[in-house]
Design a protein around this ligand. Structure first.
Ligand SMILES: NC(=O)c1ccc[n+]([C@@H]2O[C@H](COP(=O)([O-])OP(=O)(O)OC[C@H]3O[C@@H](n4cnc5c(N)ncnc54)[C@H](OP(=O)(O)O)[C@@H]3O)[C@@H](O)[C@H]2O)c1
Length: 332
């Protein structure tokens, strides 16, 4: 079920709102007159985002919150409801990343990625449900990634957490339906690579500079997808054409898609620079309220790379049909 009221009358909580997609989503909602509740660890950055939301026409409340702390997230919900009287939608968007080979990622960082990304979503969803129920309906949006469906080398912790978010969303959606709470929708967003500071924030154990694998889409693409989901909820929505194509490849021919994406991303997620090991923003906040990551050059490759993904998808489809034909002939 969609929101019970229009966006200009709705209250939306956004975690990870101090940067990137969270900030872009706050602006997209504020522009439509929504009341936004902004949560992340970096209070100064949240205040900057809130100030811009107010300029755009929305009311904004800043609640510094670490999503790994279940009680703090419960308090976030309580403060949002105390300020605006209700909660209509909750966007679980906070996440961190650690880039490195599986056997080189320290267990503490692996655990923290699972705790922020997956358990943070658990805490947010648990905090949101009673308020959405009290409002007579509402929407939970879990911002996962196309890496909730596909996988990418050097990102094992992130991939594992994002796959978990997809399974969590599916289960909670089922439970809401079978317990007569179908007025609450749970949606999963599967974005492609997005131009945010994420790749500068991530912990790095590769010795190399990290860059986003193209094609890179602007954060507004995800923000507008989220706005559409609030108005017309769906189980899942891709954000960025490359994510849709990759999802299709992964479903049609997973073994081939796994090989192609592994080969492709192992060559495109590193820049020429040398980098010392770092834990990035995994344990400490590092957000500055920036919406984009400045990867404009890689954005320009969007058309070429989308075409390459399209060709690979077409090749996958042809290969799959040929394999099915061969199998059908063998069965006859
Ligand atoms: N960029 C991409 O290519 C891409 C692609 C697909 C999906 N996504 C997803 O999009 C979402 C937003 O990422 P982004 O690209 O916008 O990256 P980002 O700019 O690094 O934003 C991450 C946000 O999460 C917050 N955060 C991190 N740890 C937190 C914690 N313990 N408690 C509360 N907030 C925390 C950060 O703020 P503080 O440091 O202030 O806490 C920041 O606001 C993530 O779920 C990410 O997985 C991104």
């Amino acid at each position: 079920m969609p929101l019970t009221r229009t966006l200009d009358d709705a209250t939306v909580v956004i975690t990870g709102a101090s940067s990137g997609i969270g900030a872009a989503t706050a602006y997209a909602l504020a522009r439509r007159g929504a009341d936004v509740v902004l949560a992340a660890r970096s209070e100064d950055a949240l205040r900057r985002v809130a100030a811009h939301c107010r300029e755009l026409g929305g009311r904004a409340l800043v609640v510094p919150t670490d999503v790994t702390d279940a009680e703090a997230v419960r308090q976030l919900a309580a403060q949002a409801a105390a300020e605006f009287g209700r909660i209509d939608a909750w966007i679980n968007n906070a996440a961190v990343g650690v880039v490195g080979l599986f056997d080189e990622i320290p267990v503490a960082e692996f655990r923290r990625v699972l705790t922020v990304n997956l358990l943070g979503t658990v805490h947010g969803t648990k905090a949101a449900l009673p308020w959405l129920d009290a409002a007579g309906g509402g929407v939970v949006v879990n911002n996962a990634s196309v890496l909730a469906e596909a996988a990418m080398p050097y990102q094992s912790a992130y991939n594992a957490a994002k796959h978990g978010i997809r399974g969590l969303s599916d289960t909670v959606r089922q439970e809401l339906r079978v317990t007569g709470r179908g007025h609450i929708s749970v949606c999963t967003v599967l974005p492609a690579t997005i131009d945010t500071p994420f790749f500068r924030h991530a912990a790095n154990h590769t010795g190399q500079e990290l860059v986003p694998p193209p094609p890179v889409y602007p954060p507004e693409v995800v923000a507008e997808t989220i706005v559409r989901l609030l108005r017309r909820p769906r189980r899942e929505a891709y954000a960025g054409g490359a994510a849709r194509l990759l999802g299709l490849q992964w479903r049609l021919a997973p073994a081939l898609a796994e090989r192609v994406l592994g080969w492709y991303t192992a060559r495109t997620q590193f820049g020429p620079g040398v980098r010392l090991d770092s834990t990035g923003n995994v344990f400490r906040p590092d957000a500055a309220g920036e919406q984009t990551g400045g990867w404009h050059g890689r954005r320009r490759q969007l058309v070429r790379m989308t075409a390459a993904f399209g060709l690979a998808a077409a090749g996958t489809a042809v290969g799959t049909m040929a394999a099915m034909n061969r199998r059908a002939r063998a069965d006859r």
